[in-house]
Design a binder for this molecule. Sequence first.
Ligand SMILES: *Cc1c(COP(=O)(O)O)cnc(C)c1O
Length: 224
Amino acid sequence: MISNIAENIRKLLDELPPGVSVVAVTKTRTEEEILEAYRAGLRIFGENRVQEMIAKKPLLPDDISWHFIGRLQSNKVKQTVAAASVIESVDSLRLLRLIDASALAQGKCTECLLQVHIAAEETKSGFSLEDMEETDWRQVSDSLKAARICGVMGMATFTDDMDKVRSEFRALYNLFGRIREKYFAGSSHFREISMGMSGDWPLAVSEGSTMIRIGTLIFGERNN
Ligand SMILES: *Cc1c(COP(=O)(O)O)cnc(C)c1O
């Protein structure tokens, strides 16, 4: 099978402005495919299923930073904290506290992004914009011992209506700015806006994304 993974990555990195990082989303991909992306220079890989992440991690180089990007059940927090360096999909305070306790017990520092529900679809999870505005993030942040709030993550509505997608990304960017100013002023940790996937990353980057999560554009269509 001829693979274009390295070429796809080169093309993507060529088009990407400096300062935006790429999370290569490896769900359903084989060890060989992931290694090809690694050899092409990528070091951040994302998985949305805990079992898949912990199965792949030991087979792949140690200097990979694994990002967990899927819905996280409380009974999987321990394994996820053990395997991931960043959990991008923190969608409740309860989950954040569980991650904190688990990271403390494991002697780790786990970077967390707050997933914000910006899309129209109810199936997507995350804090509502209202929850985000009403929570005292400084107080929450000060109470954490081993988890660190490093920014926000969001997924736009799956639609061809690019005006809608743009306005959702813009809403997340603006929310990030307000939260940073209000609760994280003077802190360099609150810095990431993870938004943009294969179908909408240029738009996300033009709206201020610092981190894009790309599967299909790198590895080809998934056959689920
Ligand atoms: C699968 C997935 C992606 C990547 O999707 P593509 O469209 O294949 O680039 C990004 N973010 C999350 C949370 C995902 O589950």
